[in-house]
Design a protein around this ligand. Sequence first.
Ligand SMILES: NC(=O)c1ccc[n+]([C@@H]2O[C@H](COP(=O)([O-])OP(=O)(O)OC[C@H]3O[C@@H](n4cnc5c(N)ncnc54)[C@H](O)[C@@H]3O)[C@@H](O)[C@H]2O)c1
Length: 493
Amino acid sequence: MNDNTKKTITSRRSFMKGTALAVPAFMIVPRHVLGRGYTPPSDKLNLAAIGSGGKGWSDINNAFNEGKENVVALCDIDTKSAERATKKWDKAKFYKDFRVMFEKMGKQIDAVTISTPDHVHAIAAMAAMQEGIHVYVQKPLTHNIREARMLTEAARKYKVVTQMGNQGASNPGQVQMQEWYNKGLIGNVHTVYTWTNRPVWPQGIPVPTDKTARPDHISESDWDLYIGPAEMVDFHPLYHLFKWRGWWNFGTGALGDMGCHIIDPPFRVLGLGYPTEVECSVGQIFTQDWTPSYIPEGCPPSSQVQIKFPASAKNKSEVTMIWSDGGIRPFHPSLIPAEEPLSGTGSDNGVIMMGEKGIMTCGVYGLEPIVYLNSGEKITMPKDYATDNPNEKLPEYGHQVSWTQACKAGFGSKEHQRLTSSFDYSGPLTETVLMGNLAIRSYQTSSRKDDRGRLEFDGRKKLLWDGKTMRITNYENANEFVGRKYRKGWDLV
Ligand SMILES: NC(=O)c1ccc[n+]([C@@H]2O[C@H](COP(=O)([O-])OP(=O)(O)OC[C@H]3O[C@@H](n4cnc5c(N)ncnc54)[C@H](O)[C@@H]3O)[C@@H](O)[C@H]2O)c1
């Protein structure tokens, strides 16, 4: 942002940031006269959305909070996908290119939700933050580790209020787990199991080679915007909508989809930091007998990842975390009775933290937390368990509304500090999740064959990580996956 721009982003936005809680001099009618729940227009944020269909619809709708904020701009490359939003906020300006939206309306927009496929998160969030606009960015925060570090630093630099869209972070279950852990119920934790039933979309399949015409409502330039920083490929329904998750060019696979929800409770409760080691094992793909397919462009159909963490200020033990996806679950610990589910209803996704004095489990989003003590006692969360989150009963535990309230209260405010997933927290969490992907991509890579023509895989090893400098120290080639190559004109700076 140049200095002139900085100076002009003042008036209503400085009101929203610095002095939002002060009563403006021009407000003559006392608020209580206007009725309960009424928010004067001057107290409302001007919101925008980048990615207005799919999850983007509920992100902007939850932030809008039944009219407590204004929606002034919507951005999507796909008019059909965005239709529900453009119909609801028909006065909002509609853009296909977020760069044009910021150029034209940057000064009027206070805060933006970003709910595009993963490969666009960082570039859109950075553009917003450089305009001084607060950001809510879907999980995983970014497509790669370097981007997560850059966004974390940028949020501090530009003094904007941030939240990642791992809504389970605002779930009371997580508060309960922290309370149980802080009381010392399970003691120090040495092993954590995390798992998911993802991928639930085609993944581990050959790269599509058939030509599929773009739908009429998506023009060539819309597709160019969709590709954004990624490598150009022709339109295919396996890339847009939803199924982009299974391709490294756009998505981050099963780990990227669910890791920020599932690894969140142990990462938070145990106060974990940068990992030190990562290793993985990846499901093979066979389209002909005995010859495994080599498809490094696609995320694998299943994987298991082991990540090691040093002891933290909260947890005085090193931690080994085992992640599995593709529906592979951990085995039943002896403390959980055989007839009980592993992690509550369904157990499709879950967490088990193994401690010295017992174990703590929960499902996805920190739902249904349970403690099983070595003594045989089982402790569940009281039905009326209350937290100090005033927005707990709102959709997604008020994760978006807590963010809009913090945007109004300003950077560094009490409301900002109380956010459960601002980038100070969610940046390192995302780096940890994407560490697993770095190992998977290293495992998938082969640059040569042995003398019988079989692929050789040098990257199939335990990788050692230096979190501070963001480097794999024992296998140079893996460092390629710390960041990514950006398409010309789409560099992240
Ligand atoms: N927190 C959650 O529970 C949750 C749930 C689902 C998805 N997500 C996250 O939300 C994001 C979107 O996922 P989805 O399932 O909604 O995907 P989707 O493909 O269904 O929808 C993405 C939307 O973004 C639009 N879009 C794509 N590129 C764009 C660009 N460059 N500019 C503007 N708009 C663009 C698409 O047209 C579409 O409307 C992902 O990061 C995903 O991980 C989070």
